[in-house]
Design a protein around this ligand. Structure first.
Ligand code: ARG
Length: 574
């Protein structure tokens, strides 16, 4: 199905061509003033070519246009054409639109087999505030990519392989040196039960990290443990696996609460063998060079305006690093998992790292067919003081603390704690997603939980209200409508419904869930502005009641779909 704008463009163009204006180009947009539905400024450029006033051309086209879409076509100074569309057309169009938008959206999008790298949690470290945005944005992008028809895989890309693992192992060893994992002569089976709980884990890493700052011997011990682990030392690997399992279980619980889930739970550790392969590839082909003991790859371009540090493959102590595992992971994604596109949803502060990674892949023949690589960076979540959320002692604040603060705010609105908790999560998710992805924002628990304004609770409330109207009139019955009279409805709302496809495609093209937040808010807002004026259940004019019910049911459907694409759970009652 064509967009209404496209249909109007065609009609304008053919009218113009009959009148002798052959190279006309009419971009139609929604009218900015409440005097019409659509407008075009296409006559402005014609004026130059045909040496006439734009208003004269606009008048000529307006009075000659035969349209199946428009009711009224008017020239407007200095040379606009304003268009009001007919109710007859709109009613038919919307019914057809509601049937076709899903397939149409798919056929309008460019498709790739896509892997989305988001979440990025680290084993043994609790999720902190910074992990919220990647989870929310990534989950939404995954749903959007799927909706437009891309085969899409979400991968959490766990940080499970660095020094943090060596630190935790070292701290466990200091506390319990007699555990079998540390007995080099032990050849039996390691116990099934992990020697630590999630609560232990939450204190082990911070303790170890503090110690390693003041105590060089301790730090060296942790580095050594990391090295042994990466070399496959039996006891260390067994202990590491148990740490990863305990941590994963806890992470899954938290992601579940956020309505976020991953198809793959791969981690940096899974890239170990490909890392070796990548190093060999760059060395054997002479692409890598030694620099102060490290192995690096030059990725400078002649036209670089800023300093571009080399891509590091191996550190001077022989260990591979974050960049190596990312290169190896990408290698796996492209060659084995056949990804044509990889989207990284990572903090803006890692942009340089990804620029380097993308250059290594584009400037050297790592892949036969180069994948499309996107860095979907995001800004930080700040506290009320405008600074990144930190605990009092300057550490990154755990996500749990923020979530609890938001839950507390939500409980001010309702006594039902279950509802309050769901509302809180939706509030947090909506606030997080509605900000332009690349921007920092201030997260104020009370503001984001408000029931009015552009908030999650407002949208949930609008939806439950619309649903309750339908329930009241229809009971459990479905509404079947093949035809309705749109003149009984709010025209702006119906026109906004027809913009749904555009909103999704724009969100997809720019990897911006905030566009869907704007859309959801827009339709909810128009709907609510009407709601108080109409009483659908008591309406005696059947044609009017049907039209209003249809309008309400479209709202429910599209709002629910939009919230679902944002991975925001809806409620049946509030
Ligand atoms: N674990 C990392 C962190 O917490 C994020 C990982 C992002 N993804 C990636 N492929 N590097 O900073």
């Amino acid at each position: 199905m064509k967009y209404i704008e496209e249909l109007l463009e065609e009609e304008l163009k053919s009218t113009a061509s009959v009148l002798g204006y052959t190279d006309a180009n009419f971009a139609v947009t929604t009218c900015t003033l409440p005097i019409a539905d659509y407008q075009t400024s296409g006559c402005m450029s014609l004026a130059k070519t045909y040496h006439k006033s734009p208003f004269d051309i606009a008048s000529e086209i307006a009075s000659n246009m035969k349209s199946i879409v428009a009711d009224k076509v008017e020239a407007c100074r200095p040379g606009y054409i304003n268009i009001t569309i007919s109710h007859e057309f709109l009613s038919k169009y919307l019914v057809e639109f509601m049937e076709n938008y899903e397939n149409d959206t798919k056929s309008r999008a460019t498709h790739y087999k896509t892997i989305i790298d988001y979440g990025g949690a680290n084993v043994a470290k609790p999720l902190h505030v910074g992990h919220l945005r990647t989870a929310n944005i990534g989950e939404s992008l995954k749903r959007i990519c799927r909706f437009v028809g891309c085969e899409t895989i979400g991968d959490v890309h766990l940080g499970d392989w660095g020094l943090q693992m060596g630190l935790v192992i070292t701290e466990i060893k200091h506390n319990h040196p007699d555990l079998v994992y540390f007995d080099d002569n032990f050849a039996g089976k390691y116990p099934k039960e992990p020697p630590i709980t999630i609560d232990d884990l939450n204190t082990l890493y911070p303790t170890a990290r503090e110690k390693s700052k003041d105590d060089e011997n301790y730090l060296n011990e942790a580095k050594q443990a990391t090295y042994y682990l990466q070399q496959g030392k039996r006891g260390y690997v067994a202990l590491w696996k148990q740490i990863v399992d305990v941590s994963k279980k806890d992470l899954k619980k938290n992601y579940d609460m956020l309505n976020v889930d991953f198809d793959l739970w791969l981690g940096e550790s899974d890239a170990q063998s490909d890392s070796e392969k990548m190093v060999k590839f760059f060395v054997d082909n002479g692409y890598a060079k030694k620099s102060e003991g490290a192995l690096i790859v030059d990725i400078k371009h002649d036209d670089d305006k800023k300093e571009m540090p080399p891509f590091m493959l191996v550190k001077s102590d022989g260990a591979i690093l974050y960049s190596t595992t990312d290169l190896a992971t990408l290698y796996d994604r492209v060659t084995r998992q056949k990804a044509e596109r990889v989207i990284y949803v990572v903090d803006n502060r890692q942009e340089l790292h990804f620029t380097q990674l993308f250059r290594v892949c584009n400037d050297y023949p790592v892949f036969e067919k180069k994948p499309k690589l996107d860095f979907a960076g995001f800004g930080t979540i700040n506290g009320k003081d405008g600074k990144p959320y930190k605990t009092r002692d300057g550490k990154a604040m755990s996500l749990e603390i923020l979530i609890n603060a938001v839950k507390e705010s939500a409980r001010k609105h309702t006594d039902d704690t279950n509802i309050a908790d769901s509302v809180a999560i939706s509030a947090l998710k909506f606030a997080d997603l509605s900000i332009l992805r690349t921007k920092d924002y201030i997260c104020d628990p009370d503001k984001i939980c408000a029931f009015d304004g552009k908030t999650g609770p407002y949208l949930l409330y609008s939806l439950t209200r619309a649903k309750s109207i339908l329930r009241k009139v229809l009971g459990e019955n479905n509404l079947v409508v093949n035809d309705f009279d749109s003149s009984y409805c709010n025209k702006d709302l119906l026109l906004a419904f027809t913009q749904f496809e555009k909103a999704i495609l724009e969100a997809y093209d720019t990897l911006s869930p905030n566009i869907l937040c704007d859309y959801a808010y827009k339709i909810a807002n128009i709907f609510n502005s009407n709601y108080s004026k109409t009483n659908i259940s008591k309406e005696e004019n059947k044609a009017k009641q049907t039209a209003l019910l249809y309008e309400t049911s479209c709202l429910v459907l599209l709002l629910e779909k939009t919230l679902n694409l944002l991975a925001i759970k809806t409620l049946d009652k509030m």
